[in-house]
Design a protein around this ligand. Structure first.
Ligand code: PQ2
Ligand code: NAD
Length: 467
């Protein structure tokens, strides 16, 4: 299914730990780091180890944990397992950890051997905590240091008062549930709240202002749909804008084309409805008029509709036509530009689109032919030196294109490149000339989506030694 990532084998859930018994075997620094996390959940922690590091000793002295001063064998552990929620094996004895893990599994008690994810039935994620808000980061045991680095990054972006915001929302939830029984209406209200002044007030601890703002939103809360026309860029999710990402997380429904791949759709809110509206050359799944109509219909029903387009909506994206319909119907909209294929492919192929030595201009052209198969272009203005020509959707007409440019005055050895699946890991670049390219494309079986770049800048192509 599109949008689902591959099988990870691990599933993060959030367990209620208050008052639960947890055993930790081992008394070193690693045991201490797990014990600290566990104690902060309200779990009853029992540590089994002959020796304790100073931190664990301090916790025993404070009465925060129970200590059984014994080196642990199967016989010692077995009678303690009943009624036990989790077991950590944190000794420095790999064989022992393995034997004890087998015992725990036989008794169906979840176990983490800190030196061996392969025999563990659970592992500990890196955690960022702001009151009730917890962000858990796991690499499935692959790279704990990476998990730790990501934790630092998340720490930096989460706002300081997040716990206050969560507490405020929690406190208002019951009331709101009674006043607004409809779930999707309630969710929309919360999202408007989070976008605005109310959330800022709650973060800063100003409950009165936050309450006032929420009330205002509620009073003016006739469900109001809108359409967001968003460019998703050339394919690589690294090239999404922050605005695109935010709207992808907020939308109720998304209408997307072929050029928006699963890599991008992965970033759309999980429970948003997804509508594929197709669009491959000459094979529209939904005709453009139906798409326009669908956008209006859904917005008028109160949905926040994300119209997600490959590249930029205003560059060969028919975004203009969709907006005209919205304006006629009085539907509010927002436009978010995307990185167009020309920019993305040029950068990822290392071809500068302009260059002081040879190109002072750059033309973007669509290579989409008329129904009779003829390319109807202003060849005199295209077949010029000192400029770069970028052709979108030019692959099927490549022979005609090259022939016309030679016929209108460009030399046969004029450089041309085709970038297939630009910006994605599978990207291929095929370089040739107006004379050789059509055969090269056929030989190398270049497929769409592909972008054609014509001009001397192709000779200035640069490739980083690290790639
Ligand atoms: C997230 C964090 C939580 C925590 O510890 O609370 C955590 N490890 C952290 C740090 C860390 N761990 C290690 C180093 C030293 C560098 C290195 O050696 O690589 C550092 C860095 C440091 O300390 O800075 C060594 C190490 N760790 C494991 C092995 C065994 C192995 O992989 O085979 C070895 C090799 C031992 C050796 O060879 O001697 C195994 C596990 N470590 C996990 C979690 C689980 C997987 C989580 C995931 O990725 O999903 C898992 C499977 C089991 C578990 O512990 O539950 C915590 C971040 C703390 C934070 O938030 O700052
Ligand atoms: N998961 C992680 O986050 C992580 C991080 C670093 C290291 N490690 C691994 O975790 C292991 C423990 O690391 P550490 O730094 O805490 O080691 P450590 O040597 O400081 O501590 C080992 C502890 O285990 C105790 N122990 C030994 N045999 C025991 C037994 N039979 N019963 C009860 N306790 C026993 C020792 O008394 C000691 O307190 C290491 O082998 C290392 O490979 C895991």
């Amino acid at each position: 299914m599109q949008g689902l990532s591959e099988n990870t084998g691990w599933f993060p859930v959030v367990f209620r730990m208050e008052g639960e018994r947890v055993l930790v075997v081992g008394g070193g620094n690693v045991a201490a780091s797990k014990v600290q996390l566990l104690v902060s959940t309200g779990a009853r922690v029992e540590v089994l180890s002959a020796s304790l590091c100073s931190e664990l000793e301090r916790m025993v002295d404070k009465g925060a944990i129970h200590h059984f001063a014994q080196d642990t064998s199967v016989q010692d552990l077995q009678p303690r397992l009943s009624g036990c929620r989790l077991v950590y094996l944190a000794t420095n004895d790999r064989d022992l950890n393995q034997t004890l893990a087998t015992l725990c599994k036989a008794h169906n008690v979840p176990v983490c051997a800190v030196d061996d994810p392969a025999i563990s039935t659970f592992i500990t994620p890196a955690l960022v905590t702001r009151g009730k808000v917890q962000v858990a980061i796991s690499t499935g045991g692959a790279a704990p240091v990476l998990a730790r680095r990501l934790r630092t990054m998340v720490e930096r972006v989460l706002p300081e008062g997040l716990h206050r915001l969560a507490d405020f929302m929690s406190a208002m939830r019951d009331e709101l549930r009674q006043r607004i029984p409809d779930t999707s209406e309630r969710r929309q209200l919360w999202e408007h709240f989070l976008d605005g002044e109310g959330a800022r007030a709650a973060l800063a601890g100003d409950k009165a202002e936050a309450t006032r703002n929420l009330q205002e939103l509620e009073e003016g809360n006739a469900a109001r749909g809108e359409v967001w026309l968003v460019g998703a860029g050339p394919g690589n999710p690294d090239l999404l804008t922050l605005a695109a990402l935010r709207l992808m997380q907020d939308a109720d429904v998304i209408l997307y084309d072929n050029l928006v791949g699963p890599e991008i759709l992965n970033y759309v809110r999980r429970d948003a409805e997804r509508v594929f509206v197709g669009k491959k050359r000459n094979r529209h799944t939904l005709p453009q008029e139906d798409i326009n109509h669908e956008l209006v219909r859904r917005a008028q029903a109160g949905q926040r509709v994300l119209r997600l387009k490959g590249g930029d909506p205003f560059i060969f994206g028919r975004g203009g036509e969709e907006l005209e319909t919205l304006v006629e119907a009085g539907v509010p909209f927002r436009i978010v530009p995307g990185i167009s294929a020309a920019n993305g492919c040029a950068a990822y192929a290392g071809i500068p689109l302009t260059h002081r030595d040879c190109a002072q201009a750059c033309l973007f052209i669509t290579g989409h032919a008329r129904a009779d198969g003829v390319l109807n272009l202003e060849w005199e203005t295209i077949a010029l030196k000192n400029q770069t020509v970028v052709i979108y959707m030019g692959l099927t007409m490549i022979s005609q294109l090259c022939a016309q440019l030679v016929k209108h005055g460009l030399p046969e050895n004029w450089p041309v490149a085709v970038v297939e699946k630009g910006t994605l890991p599978e990207q291929r670049v095929c370089e040739g000339t107006l004379a050789t390219l059509p055969d090269l494309v056929a030989e190398q079986q270049i497929q769409s989506p592909a972008l054609v770049i014509i001009g001397e800048v192709v000779r200035h192509r640069v490739i980083s030694p690290h790639h």
